[in-house]
Design a protein around this ligand. Structure first.
Ligand code: GRF
Length: 220
């Protein structure tokens, strides 16, 4: 079995997408726990309703970020997961804590990385006059939103779009992108190699792309 721990700070719709796909028998994973840095996160309620172990640690209870992160990941480690999924987890994680998880931790980010790491991605895409926007799933490294990109979902930007409209239109694509990416990792087809992301042992020339049927495929 391929064990997964999900970290989420808020609503938890990406977590719910993983859970639903797993329950439909479409995702060969076992979700061992949902952990959060916010006790009020809706993601915690979703997990508890589904009978999944859910807990929040509050950063304010720790003297600094490194010690909070060490405590959180000590908790993660008790589940011995094959993969940690950051699904709307809104805190930067201490480098020393990230390092041992390289190749075993992914994040979903609402932009076409390397464009717009960090916050306000939808507003920044609009401000730049972009015609295309999207989301990326990437392996987590010490660099914020800077790790090797596994797959992306793209969508057009229309006249009259606002950050809110973009976020709403992108969210269902994020869900499919995350499920399809985690599926490939759980099937041991996607790995992090020395020169970047590999599919079936061959380095990707470019991030894979989400298609209308919900699969992600190589480009070209
Ligand atoms: C998503 O847009 C994700 O890409 C971003 O935060 C949002 C989380 O949404 N990092 P949810 O909590 O999964 O509903």
């Amino acid at each position: 079995m391929f064990d997964v721990v999900v970290l989420a700070s808020g609503r938890g719709s990406n977590f719910a997408a993983l859970l639903e796909a797993q329950r439909r028998g479409e995702l060969p994973i076992r979700i061992r726990a949902l952990l959060s840095d916010r006790p009020q996160a809706q993601a915690l309620e979703r997990a508890r309703a589904a009978g999944i172990d859910a807990a929040a640690l509050a950063p304010a209870d720790y003297p600094d970020r490194a010690r909070f992160d060490r405590a959180l990941f000590a908790r993660v480690a008790t589940c011995a997961p094959d993969l940690v999924v950051l699904a709307g987890y809104l805190r930067v994680i201490d480098t020393a804590v990230v390092d041992p998880w390289q190749g075993r931790m992914v994040n979903i980010h609402p932009s076409l990385l390397p464009k717009y790491p960090g916050l306000r991605t939808h507003a920044r895409a609009l401000e730049a006059g972009d015609r295309v926007h999207g989301a990326s799933v990437h392996f987590v490294t010490a660099q914020l939103d800077g790790g090797p990109v596994i797959a992306q979902a793209r969508m057009p930007i229309h006249a009259g779009d606002t950050p809110e409209k973009l976020a709403a239109r992108l969210l269902p694509l994020e869900h499919r992108l995350l499920v399809a990416s985690v599926d490939l990792i759980a099937r041991r087809r996607i790995t992090l190699g020395k020169s970047g992301v590999e599919l079936d042992g061959t380095p990707l020339a470019a991030p894979m792309q989400l298609h209308g049927d919900g699969t992600v495929r190589t480009v070209g």
